[in-house]
Design a protein around this ligand. Sequence first.
Ligand code: CU
Length: 158
Amino acid sequence: MRPISLLAAALLLGGGSAMAAQDAGHPASHAAPAAGTGIVREKAPKGAKVFFVEPKDGATVGREVKLKFGVEGIEIKPAGDTTPNTGHHHLLIDAKELPPLDMPIPADATHKHYGKGQTEDTITLEPGTHTLQLDFGDTRHVQFDPPIVSEKITIHVK
Ligand SMILES: [Cu+2]
């Protein structure tokens, strides 16, 4: 049996503390403070990569879009798990640019969190052309230094 309730509690704690000033307890070794909020970003492990397994760049798809995310050189853990060199996926939908680097990635229609450590999803998009990009965040939903992002892919929704 999976410890669902424990996981949920950990996620709640992780989600709640992400917006709070909880940096005191975060290991600040080999990381440089960012300007502004004082949030210290984790160094991206060398060679860490995220990418779309599905859909392919340029694909034409229906409104229900099946997504599969891949990682290389970094491990996926739920938000709130402070193991170094781990984090979770974020999906940027039609985002013009990356979110601000010195704060947690926002959670809204264009920034989707996969804080349980999910590596797939199905989203519904309006017909037309859309861009998708993955942006890996640490336990606090903060981007790495430098950001670990996928290629920005373009898909056509029928
Ligand atoms: Cu997140």
